[in-house]
Design a protein around this ligand. Sequence first.
Ligand code: SAM
Length: 260
Amino acid sequence: MSIRTFIQDIAEKDRWKAAQRREQIFYSRRSEAIDKEEYFRLHQAYWRTMLAELPELKFSDDGLYIDVGCGPTTVLMSVPKGEKIGVDPLISFYRENFHLAEDVQFIEGKVEDLNRLVDRKADAIFGMNSLDHIDNLSIVPAVLARQLKPEGYLVVLLNVTKSRVLGGIYSALGLYRILDPTHPHHFDSHKHVSRFFSGSFETLRAINVSHIRSSQTETEEEREVVVRKAPLIKRMIFAFLESIKKQETYLFLMKPKGSE
Ligand SMILES: C[S@@+](CC[C@H](N)C(=O)[O-])C[C@H]1O[C@@H](n2cnc3c(N)ncnc32)[C@H](O)[C@@H]1O
């Protein structure tokens, strides 16, 4: 990311458009730096570790599993059975630049349109690191609840600000535009996430998974090209913004309301 892109992102009125532009730049850089097979394998191992936190999830051959905002390395690569569908607005770009899971059907589109894109109800829907990227987030809980079987699960992975007070201040003053222009939405605590979904979902568990580092998915080439070779000033700005944001990562297991 250049300083110009950074300023462009902050000034962009349409936060979603800015975030998606940045997302594409991020993944372009990755795709140039990585060994695609190794990148795939590292993510598969990462998702396996993440799913091990949720023994409640049982997969079956006749189950349907959907990942919204699936990206190029969907969690579905670690779902061992069933029919799998990944939905993302950038699928064509990912198809051209990454090794995608062969047993997943990918659909280019937004989660907001999920009920139109998939005509069956799912046993589990995943939204991993994606719900804070979504354009029209307010309609998403109802859309997801409609797409799930009554006994199905919603699994969400999100970064949330560690301190509610700090998160509240950042939101009230509009500081996220500067601190984190790539995400159109922010949650200021894990309780905020549960509250946001509470019209349609009951949160069964909210697990702090900050110890499962996403950096374990970086390949050596990627670290070399994307991290070590980046100018020092850029690395310092990035580290500074990260330290101010003070985020931790939560994994949520939710059930549609009225299912029992
Ligand atoms: C940070 S990536 C996460 C990718 C993947 N889930 C992972 O954890 O590796 C966020 C993804 O959300 C997608 N996204 C953004 N807006 C979306 C929307 N309205 N509906 C579905 N996906 C969206 C982006 O294109 C991007 O691929």
